[in-house]
Design a protein around this ligand. Structure first.
Ligand code: KIV
Ligand code: ZN
Length: 508
């Protein structure tokens, strides 16, 4: 019989701290609902004392989450703790999460506090939080670089003061699996009241060890894992939820641990986060990357045809994604297209189906094989896009080492056709300059990324941009086999989103 591990998801707090991953309140609410559906035990919704916006988001999430506990982060200070409680008090299952650093380097240089002062702050803060709720978590920030005996005393103090979960973070991603497992074993042996709390771990990925350290700690007796979707988080990110869950699931034979996660919801959750933040999932990303279930080598394909288990340790369907094999080609019909879309979870009406099917046909003229990811990109572009104020009609671009990069564009702006040519440092710069001139706006480009949706040189390029104009930001996406066209589409998509926000603001 497997022992239960609690999953604490911090995508909306630690994850959101990572550059380019900020979400608005509506997006956070959508993601929180999906996390609830996924079955995480705790959703860390934010850090209410950090800003008014964060406070409101945590309140909103508290009101929509039905099953998961909702945690609010707090420093060891009375106003922070009271603010955290105010934000979550109406949640079905609220949790206050207090933290304070315990390593010598953090105490000396950051906190400027002695060990005695830290112990006192932990005792007082946990007790303050425990006066509001019995569900209190304490985190010893930079625990993995802290003096072991002192860390043990801090953990003991936190539990005495009322902490029901004690978190041991590897804040800077420094530890290694054996060392981290030994730390958990040490705490289990040497902290007299340790059985009164759940030991949690929170591993960053600076040395690429986040998941390995988390699993090693669970094997050593930790029973809560703090994770994020797609592994997003500060610097190199946190341990990825999907990797920790599937490692426990696929190798339950050696770990003997289970979770409450509905693994069919993993892929939809990871895709949703990627759509919201506009940060594409890298193709080689374990579990949810585009290539994670692609079998390229002939010998592998042969094995797969005989028995999938020759090269597949889990099935894509088990995590809620359809098999990443060729789905459609030039001769595929509308019925096959609809069937594939339904397997992906998209139920389209006849008009939406027409749009997508026509786009599939157009793409199949350029690209021989259309994969699941291509299909999803087309659905996003054709069905879920913001009604267009700006539309691209024509784009031609000139570049090379003996040419001045030039873009010639024709666009529709509010029903009017406009065209011009513009120069730039490179072809994409020329396109963006041209679009800005046509729409008479000069937003700041905060983020630009380009990725190949599937493999091969005929793959579609997927471009994501983030623009800021007059204090508002918007993410735009575009895909096309031509990366210059994909860039233009993404830029125009972001401009349309910004225009939509301005419109909503004007109406309000
Ligand atoms: O990395 C860390 O130490 C944290 C704590 C606040 C838990 O994010
Ligand atoms: Zn962290």
């Amino acid at each position: 019989m497997s022992e239960r591990v609690y999953i604490f998801d911090t995508t909306l707090r630690d994850g959101e701290q990572s550059p380019g991953a900020s979400m608005n309140q509506q997006e956070k609410r959508r993601l929180a609902r999906q996390l609830d559906r996924l079955g995480v035990d705790v959703i860390e919704a934010g850090f209410p004392a950090s800003s008014e916006g964060d406070f409101e988001s945590v309140q909103i999430i508290s009101s929509v989450v039905e099953h998961s506990q909702v945690a609010a982060l707090s420093r060891c200070s009375v106003p922070d703790i009271d603010r955290a409680w105010a934000a979550i008090k109406d949640a079905a299952h609220p949790r206050i999460h207090v933290f304070l650093a315990t390593s010598d380097i953090h105490m000396e240089y950051k906190l400027k506090m002695s060990r005695e002062q830290v112990l006192q702050a932990v005792q007082e803060s946990v007790a303050r939080a425990a006066a509001s709720t019995r569900n209190v978590e304490f985190s010893a920030e930079d625990a993995s670089r802290s003096n072991r005996e002192f860390l043990g005393t801090v953990v003991q103090t936190a539990i005495e003061a009322g902490a029901t979960t004690v978190n041991i973070p590897d804040t800077v991603g420094y530890t290694q699996p054996q060392e981290f497992a030994a730390l958990i074993t040490y705490l289990k042996k040497n902290v007299p009241n340790i059985e009164q709390a759940v030991i949690s771990v929170h591993c960053h990925n600076d040395l690429g060890m986040g998941v390995a350290n988390t699993i090693a700690a669970l094997d050593a007796g930790a029973r809560q894992a703090e994770v994020t979707l797609n592994g997003i988080g500060e610097r190199a990110g946190n341990a990825a939820l999907e990797e920790v869950i599937m490692a426990l699931k696929v190798r339950e034979d050696i770990h003997g641990l289970s979770t409450n996660i509905d693994i069919l919801q993993i892929y939809p959750a990871c895709r949703l986060l990627s759509m919201i933040t506009g940060q594409p999932i890298p193709p080689y990303k374990a579990i949810v990357g585009g290539n994670a279930f692609a079998h390229e080598a002939g010998i592998h394909q042969h094995g797969m045809l005989q028995n999938r288990q020759t090269y597949e340790i889990m099935t894509p369907e088990s995590i809620g994604r359809p098999a990443s094999e060729m789905v459609l080609g030039k001769h595929s019909g509308r019925h096959a297209c609809r069937q594939r879309l339904e397997q992906l979870g998209y139920r389209l009406d006849a008009e939406q189906m027409d749009l997508v099917f026509n786009a599939v046909k157009k793409l199949a003229d350029i690209k021989k094989q259309i994969f699941v990811e291509d299909l999803e990109a087309l659905v996003l572009e054709e069905v879920f896009r913001i009604p267009d104020k700006y539309k691209l009609l024509y784009l031609s671009s000139l570049s090379g080492n003996m040419a001045i990069p030039t873009a010639t564009l024709k666009m529709v702006v509010d029903g009017r056709e406009e065209q011009l040519s513009e120069f730039g440092v490179g072809p994409i710069d020329a396109v963006f300059n041209g679009i800005c001139k046509i729409v008479d706006k000069s937003p700041e480009l905060l983020h630009f990324s380009i990725t190949s949706i599937t493999g091969g040189t005929d793959a579609q390029g997927e471009v994501t941009v983030k623009l800021e104009n007059a204090g508002r930001t918007a993410v735009g996406r575009g895909s096309d086999p031509d990366i210059i066209v994909a860039s233009a589409k993404a830029y125009i998509n972001a401009l349309n989103r910004l225009a939509k926000r301005e419109e909503e603001k004007a109406k309000a």
